[in-house]
Design a protein. Structure first.
Length: 385
């Protein structure tokens, strides 16, 4: 996600600075090179040696005659993006007022003047975050093009956002945004059909692929709606569903104003009449399965011109059969393209897939996040035609 991206990481005097080491590690795990910049207050919470260890680079703790702020964030500077995490109320206010009295605020002013992207992750007590002056400063700086990663409001505190949220917003700020202004709907994971209050029919889908697609589209600038039976995520508006019926209804509603749909969910093909009471064990039981509607067919009928990306999973392990089934699916629902893979990749972080277009087939092997990037790039190309 951040391969080849240089991130200057500003650290200020919030207690959330203790999370900086792990954040720096996560940025590097995602492919970024990181250099730290610290205020004096931050150095009272976490030692610069810890940040040096986490980034594998020298840390800027003061601005000297070497003009470190220009080297990092100026015209043709090292940084592709300047991330301030955590950012205190004090620091946000100073940036809004162009006050440069710490290495972090000086780098911020330099970055804003040089059009280097800036991302800020605030962290403070909730009453401070609700202060009219702080909110006004956030609005002011946002109008300058700075991206804020919203904090988590918990226990009377505006806690620093999750590493996942920060990484996604850094990637979004640092990269191209070919999907800017586009609304992409993604279905993901398994659905569950209730047998009784205890038991369900479901599949082995983990939802990793769909979540990766949603994140990849967000990073490329899209507004994303994620329809799934899973956790909230920072990169999408989540519509929580459980059954195939609920997923279809939520997807239909989301697609009313969508520019593309990626149908990555492993939706139940069958449902059953639900028993209101738990079915007692030890008895012979036959379940009468009823077919569920095909989501992509229903969406295609309602939205004839909507670009739809389908997923096709088989168990044969043979590419020719995968391609044949994918083309049948593509022709039936007039899909933009189909991502075909073997069921053995379910739950794994790695995958092998065939991207079956009308006139060609591309093969992908690698991480699901890498495949998600290919899918998002293809959607951007389709939308630009």
């Amino acid at each position: 996600m951040l391969e080849g991206v240089n991130v200057a990481l500003g650290v200020t005097g919030s207690i959330a600075a203790v999370k900086t080491v792990e954040l720096a590690h996560e940025l590097r795990r995602r492919g970024a090179a990181v250099r730290g910049v610290m205020t004096g207050s931050a150095q009272g919470i976490i030692h610069p040696w810890a940040v040096e260890f986490a980034t594998d680079n020298d840390v800027v703790t003061e601005i000297t005659g070497s003009v470190e702020h220009v080297d990092l964030c100026g015209y043709d500077g090292w940084a592709d993006v300047f991330l301030i995490a955590p950012a205190t109320a004090n620091t946000v206010g100073k940036i809004a007022g162009a006050v440069d009295d710490t290495p972090v605020t000086t780098c911020a002013t330099t970055a804003l003047g040089a059009d280097t992207p800036v991302v800020i992750a605030p962290a403070m007590h909730e009453p401070m975050y609700d202060h009219p002056g702080v909110l006004e400063a956030i609005d002011t700086v946002s109008e300058w093009g700075v991206d804020f990663v919203d904090p988590r409001i918990e226990e009377g505190k505006a806690k620093i956002a999750s590493e996942e949220a920060i990484v996604c917003d850094v990637a979004r700020a640092a990269g191209e945004r070919p999907l800017a202004g586009e609304h992409v709907v993604v279905t993901s994971g398994a659905t569950s059909e209730s047998i009784d209050p205890v038991r369900i029919l479901t599949s082995r889908s983990s939802g990793k692929m769909g979540r990766a697609v949603a994140a990849a589209c967000y990073v490329r600038g899209a507004d994303v709606t994620l329809v799934h039976d899973g956790p909230d995520v920072p990169y999408a508006d989540v519509q929580a569903v459980e059954s195939a019926e609920e997923m279809l209804a939520a997807t239909q509603a989301a697609c009313a104003e969508a520019d593309a749909l990626v149908s990555a969910a492993a939706i139940s093909d069958y449902t059953v009449d639900t028993s209101d009471e738990k079915i007692r064990s030890g008895q012979e039981l036959t379940l009468a399965l009823e077919s569920t509607p095909k989501l992509i067919d229903e969406i295609r009928d309602a939205h004839p011109d909507l670009p739809i990306v389908g997923f096709k999973t088989e168990t044969s392990g043979e590419d020719e059969q995968l391609i044949t089934k994918a083309r049948e699916m593509q022709a039936r629902a007039d899909l933009a393209f189909v991502v075909a893979n073997d069921a053995s990749v379910m739950g794994s972080d790695e995958t092998r897939a065939l991207l079956v277009h009308a006139s060609d087939v591309a093969q992908f092997s690698g991480s699901k996040s890498g495949l998600a990037g290919e899918i998002a790039t293809s959607i951007a190309a389709i939308r630009s035609d």
